[in-house]
Structures are given as C-alpha cells and as structure tokens.
Design a protein around this ligand. Sequence first.
Ligand code: LCS
Length: 393
Amino acid sequence: MKHKAKGFNTKLIHSGGPKDALGSVTTPIYQTSTFSFKDADDGAACFAGESNGFIYTRIGNPTIRDLELAIADLEHGYDGIGCSSGMGAVSTVYMAYLGAGKHIVSHNAIYGPARGIIEGAFARFGVESTYVDTTDLEQVKAAIRPNTALIYLETPANPTIGISDIPAIVEIAHKNNIPVCVDNTFCSPYLQNPLDMGADIVLHSLTKFLNGHADIVGGIIVTRTVEHYKKLRPMMVTMGCNMDPNQAFLVRRGLKTLGIRIDRAQENSIKVADYLEKHPKIAWIMYPGLKSHPQHELGKKLMRGPGAMISFGLKGGLDAGKTLMDNVQLCVLAVSLGGIETLIQHPASMTHSKLSAEAKKAGGITDDLVRLSIGIEDVEDIIADLEQALEKI
Ligand code: LCS
C-alpha cells in the first residue's frame, strides 16, 4: 500500500476506503453477510470465481476494509487484517507461524491469555515455547533454538510496563531468519510504529486505545510485506476470526480521536505518576515517563510519548492494594485498558490469574502489582480519588 504523506491526525480522519458510492462522508455499516457476484469495475454480473469485488463478510466487507486500510496506513504497513478480538489477532498469528515441532520465544510478562493459549492448546499440538525477559537481549539470544519460528513481543508489556528493544531484537531475529511480531496495544501507532523498526507483523487489541470507548472488542494485524499478509489473511478467514461490520464501524469512529485522547490521557498520566512516585505509601512504580523506569532512555528512543499505563506496588503489599481498589470511587475497578475512563485492576487475581505461580514470579507479576489505565477525566479528580483511597490504608 502506498503511504499518504499526511500528518497523523489527518490520517486518523481521512485514511481508509473504499468510499461509498453515494458519497457518505462516514463509511456506512454494510450489514450484509453476502454480496452478489459483480465485477467491481463495471458492475456487471459475473460467474463465481471471477468476481473482483466483495464476496462474503467473513472474507471481507467494505466497513471492515475501511478500518483495515486506515490502520495499515497509520502503522506504515502493507495492509491490515481485521479480527474478532485482540486474541483473535494473536491466535491468527500463532496459527500461521507455529506448528508441531516449532518454537516461539516471547516475553514472560505478556497479556495472560496470549501466553496461556501457547502453554495450553498450542502445546497439545506440539508447539514449544520459551518465555524470558525480552527487555534483556542476552536472554532473547539464549532462548533462540534452530526450530524457533516466531519471536513475539509486547512492548510496553502488560502489566509490568517493561520495554523491549524492538530494533535490536529484530536484528537478532532476522540473522536467524525468524519473523518478529509486536503487540503494539499499549502504545498504539500514535506513540510507536514497530514496522518502521523492522518488525514483520504488528497487532493490536482494538478494544483498547484504538477504539477507546470501552464499547466493543476487536483486533487487527498489520504486516510489513505482502508475503506475511498472504500467510495471515487466509488464516484469519478460515479460522473465522473475522470482525463484524458494526464492530468495525465503531472502531473507525473511535479511531478519529485517537491523537487527542492519547495526548490528554498521557498528560494526566504524567501527573498521576509524579503524584504516586512521591507518595509515602508507594513502594515502587513503573511508568516510562519517570526517570526511575529501567528502560526510560530506550522508551524515549522507541516511543513518541510515555503513554497512559502505570503499574505500581504499595508498601503494604497485597492487603494495601485490596484496600485501595475497594475504596476508589471514580477509578473503575475493571479489566481492560485504553479507554476514556480511568481503570484500576489487580493483574495477579484478574488479567493474569491463570498463569502459574512460577510464571507470575518470573514475569514480575507480583501480588502487590496494581495497574492503572489513565483516562481523560480532569486529572485533579483522578488524583483526589486515589488520595482518598490511599488514606484508607
Ligand atoms: N494484547 C494486549 C496487550 C492486551 O492487553 C489484550 C487484552 C489483548 C492483546 C487481547 O485483546 P482482546 O481479545 O481482549 O481484545 N488485555 C486485557 C487486559 O489487560 N484486561 O482485560 C483485557
């Protein structure tokens, strides 16, 4: 796909296509399962197999296509593949690159189910895996085997906010002919473009920042090259991990405000992180914008801003964390992230509860870890809410 040399916020509004024949400014919801076999060039009926237009919504649909093209443009990729959910995108990538006797290397603190499905279902089919701290290049190098078929990164990682050096890992991987997939959910293309750093595949849970309004689940894969696209697209279609046109419509609408939403959430996050870091009851905090983050300098190199995700621990450990979460009034105690509302959650008992105790320990998913996804409310209100809840500890 040819990149349009437009600014990011302009692309958020105008990228995508194809445009509706009636001139709708907003791409409508094509609520149809199937399309008559017509030649897309002249509209004449044509035999099955000769149509070059849309065929069937699991394979493709104009509302979904609009979103795929828009996000592919934002991620500087060849093309996009809309999926039912973030996990639909993750599973499609795993299915396309892994198989019996193949091996995956990944970070030990990625979104729980993205690891759980490898160690559960994929292991049953003979897939091997090694989870290491990918923020340490030596651990990545040591984990590679002759049968390694995929390096799968999530950076910043969920929930530890560790940052992996994408270009350095790509260099190691490509020397070994291994493709690299990056889950860019925590940054969104507004803050980071892994394909520009040499990654082969980038994916998102659209449920988070790209949609931003906590009203759908969705996912997308964008590839750097046509070859990767051709490997992945049929896998999504045949597994039935497709989006729904309603879902695509809502994400396309939410996407238009991604830039201003992240600017505001990030501005709030910098203030909340600063407040928490100085609080006497806080034991530790991980936020890329703070100098205390171990990959603060790397983050500045890879990301255009520190984002809106913060993890921290309280001196009073798990019990103090429970008290905090039980007492917030504005911050919503819920899983998920990247929406306009501030969410607070406890990964060890919520998003990452299915991981073994050893896996949690190795990944730094400690019992005292509290994760915040900062929204776009007035920051004084977010801080006041945390303040009154911290006073209860
Ligand atoms: N990748 C990342 C980084 C995620 O955080 C999630 C979901 C997924 C993929 C999967 O996306 P989904 O299928 O849910 O659209 N993360 C969640 C979380 O931290 N809390 O609830 C869901």
